[in-house]
Ligand binder design. Structure first.
Ligand SMILES: Nc1ncnc2c1ncn2[C@@H]1O[C@H](COP(=O)(O)OP(=O)(O)OP(=O)(O)O)[C@@H](O)[C@H]1O
Length: 410
């Protein structure tokens, strides 16, 4: 294990934490459309960590202060930030462990280190807007105010994305095509189409479908000239179960779409003769092209998840035995699917305190026990463990995210 030991000594890395924000709410930290160049001054001493963030406009000074010493664990951020080749980081884990906070703070840190960065939420229950304290809804790229280099966020509306997919697939394999074929006396092929049950799939989508479509949509954005500047893409993924199903879903969808396209070819050749007899014009370029494009993107999603040179899945967890067990299963599944995974963030570790109340003492004991299970876990012990403290302020708005990022991503 490349990090600090998971014993009680781990807790010595934090002193009691106190954070002030000069009485300004983080939610008002930066106004939209203001000049957002920052003076960014992190300073560390042996047991004091402070970060001043000053915006040119409006004239407000935010200070996030803590008497915490930086953690001992090293995330290997240097390696993550090096190089201009585009890299993808997918952060995932159990619900509520801090995936969004970790993902967003990483994105802010990339942007502050010179990388034009895109952070994407593929979690159906988005929280990017809440995390940045900025309205990012709308399914398109929105500039985040604050960081030095461009930082954009994208919240994909999963239902809308699925609806688009439905429209494309229905015009190929839905009732329109079936009725047309019935009319042409090609009922047998129509029955085969029915067997694909694509409509059913879209009415009761399996978990992971939305996310697969969401990721394919991101790829669609990134293919455009306008957005090829991004060198770091950070995904805030949906909770564990969805992510796992997502891994096998591209294969499934690829197979379904592949069948539809094959069938479509058969239909085209069968109907072209009829059309020539009845003098009907050639088909306009129809939705098949779109479907083919979608299929290509699905293949790219699958490849992306497994590309060790450009992609890494970072598991986020908390120090409880239950969360760690789930993380271990997630790690095993990711490895089985050949998804590159190197780092484990253990979030919300209790800071050291000289005077624990009974409750805190119990909690600390539990956390110590949970951390020691990581050391003995065959899957997780191989990963670089990054310890992130539980801070006594809500991680909301760019200044707070910068603060968290500087503690976690070192
Ligand atoms: N290290 C931390 N210290 C204090 N609060 C934290 C920390 N990490 C996360 N939180 C808080 O915990 C809550 C949940 O965090 P977050 O939204 O990042 O989790 P999530 O795993 O993305 O949740 P979900 O699965 O619901 O999307 C938020 O209020 C966040 O501010």
């Amino acid at each position: 294990m490349a990090s600090t030991s998971a014993s009680a000594t781990s807790f010595k890395s934090f002193e009691t934490m106190a954070i002030s924000n000069n009485n300004y709410g983080y939610s008002h930290s930066l106004r939209p459309n203001t000049n957002h160049f920052l003076k960014f001054k992190p300073s560390f001493s042996s047991n004091f960590l402070s970060l001043s963030v000053t915006t040119k406009l409006p004239r407000r000074k935010f200070q996030v202060k803590s008497i915490a010493a930086p953690t001992e664990s090293i995330s290997g951020f240097e390696e993550m930030v090096t190089g201009t080749q585009r890299k993808y980081y997918m952060l995932g884990g159990k619900g509520g462990v801090g995936k969004t906070s970790c993902a967003v703070s990483l994105a802010v840190k990339f942007a502050n280190n010179g990388h034009p960065t895109l952070v994407v939420s593929t979690d159906p229950a988005h929280s990017l807007s809440d995390s940045f304290a900025q309205d990012l809804t709308g399914g398109t790229l929105v500039a985040v105010e604050g960081p030095v280099s461009p930082l954009f966020a994208l919240e994909i509306n999963p239902e809308k994305a699925r609806e688009e997919f439905r429209n494309v697939s229905q015009s190929n394999g839905g009732t329109g095509v079936k009725d047309f074929m019935d009319g042409m006396g090609l009922g047998l092929i129509a029955d085969q189409l029915g067997e694909l049950k694509l409509g059913e799939l879209l009415d009761t989508p399996p978990p992971g479908l939305d996310e697969a479509i969401a990721i394919s949509k991101v790829i669609q954005f990134l293919e455009s000239q306008e957005y090829n500047m991004f060198t770091r893409i950070v995904f805030d993924t949906a909770p564990t179960g969805h992510t796992l199903r997502l891994l096998s879903l591209p294969d499934f969808l690829d197979a379904s779409i592949g069948k539809i396209l094959k069938l479509k070819q058969k239909i085209s050749s069968a109907t072209s003769a009829i059309k020539s007899v009845f003098g009907q014009g050639e088909n306009k370029p129809d939705a098949t092209d779109k479907l083919e494009k979608l299929r290509e993107r699905m293949i790219k999603v699958r490849e992306l998840f497994r590309d060790t040179s450009s992609t890494e899945f970072v598991i986020v967890t908390i120090p409880t035995v239950m969360a760690i067990s789930e993380s271990s299963r997630l790690c095993a599944s990711l490895k089985k699917e050949s998804v590159p995974v190197k780092r484990l963030v253990v979030n919300q570790i209790l800071p050291q305190s000289a005077s624990d109340c009974k409750f805190c003492a119990m909690k600390r004991k539990d956390q110590t026990r949970a951390l020691s299970t990581i050391e003995n876990d065959p899957e997780l012990s191989e990963l670089t463990m990054i310890q992130a403290p539980l801070v006594d302020v809500e991680i909301r708005g760019v200044p707070a995210l910068q603060f968290l990022g500087d503690i976690v991503w070192k």
